[in-house]
Design a protein around this ligand. Structure first.
Ligand code: FMN
Length: 262
């Protein structure tokens, strides 16, 4: 037994000597500091480097001002000019790339950034913040535009739920193998079935505070999570557009939606 233990220990030591720790960089754009909060959380939890993508002419002003400049740029086929990045991407193995969702994909300064950044052979880990959703659609767009990197599973959080960033980033980094720790094991969702009145009420409570209508729940699946239940609603919008909306209902708390997948 002692011999076996010694063998296992030496094998483990060999493995840890042989494995080179990957060098990570967090690169992000943030117009109103929500994505910056996530970026800084990743940087803090990994103890890695961080660099902000900044526009020569920043997107200043309130939501409407930002939307109108972004739309004018789009009409003119223009992308924002960027300041040089403070870090050199070629010095890193893993790049965490963060952005807010604009129009269902990454914000336009990221499009500018992708024009010149060289991710050849790197691992790219997308993360984003949004009003309702956009992780899947922005990662699809990233995959179309970055061909020479390995794009890993991403992370997204609603701006309204940013208070949960620390625990969610912790789980995300453990799941991705970037740090050690205990991964919360979740059961699979049940099969989809017609919503009961109570489930419809939960859906309404979770989504009615949002500034845009999100549609009607048609069916639902659920699973137990720590301290409550997570729901996955199939939803139909006014124009017939279909989406899936995740809702968490912790015991004694108001249900909230975590993301819309379109
Ligand atoms: C121009 C613009 C377009 C946006 N488009 C979307 C969108 O399509 N979907 C969405 O869920 N949120 C959208 N949002 C909301 C932002 O993604 C959200 O507020 C984000 O957390 C802001 O991040 P930041 O503080 O890092 O800039 C948009 C915001 C702006 C300013």
């Amino acid at each position: 037994m002692k011999k076996l233990l010694a063998l296992v220990c030496s094998a483990m030591m060999f493995a840890s000597c042989g494995a080179q720790k990957e060098k990570a960089l967090v690169v992000y754009y943030s117009q109103s500091n929500t994505t910056k909060t996530v970026a800084q959380e990743i940087q803090k939890q990994l103890g890695c480097d961080i660099a902000e993508i900044e526009c020569v002419e920043p997107f200043n002003g309130d939501f409407n001002a930002v939307v109108s400049r972004w739309q004018e740029d789009q009409k003119a086929g223009k992308l924002p000019e960027l300041k040089p990045l403070a870090k050199n991407i070629s010095d890193y193995d893993v790049i965490f790339l963060g952005y807010p969702i604009w129009g269902g994909v990454y914000a336009s300064p990221i499009s500018s950034f992708l024009k010149t950044a060289d991710f050849n052979g790197k691992k790219l880990v997308p993360f984003c913040t949004f009003g309702s959703g956009g992780l899947n659609t922005s990662v699809d767009e990233l995959k179309k535009n970055v061909k020479n990197a390995t794009i890993l599973e991403g992370y997204g959080i609603r701006q309204a739920r940013i208070a949960n960033v620390s625990s969610e980033v912790n789980q995300f980094l453990i799941k991705g193998g970037f740090k050690q720790g205990t991964l919360e094991q979740l059961p699979d969702f049940s099969a989809q079935k017609e919503c009961t009145d109570q489930e419809k009420e939960i859906f309404t409570e979770a989504t009615s505070g949002y500034q845009f209508p999100l549609g009607e729940a048609t069916s639902v699946a659920q699973r137990k999570i720590n301290g409550g239940t997570e729901y996955l609603f199939n939803v139909e919008g006014q124009n017939g557009a279909k989406s899936q909306i995740y809702v968490i209902a912790k015991d004694g708390a108001k249900p909230e939606f975590t993301q819309v997948v379109r």
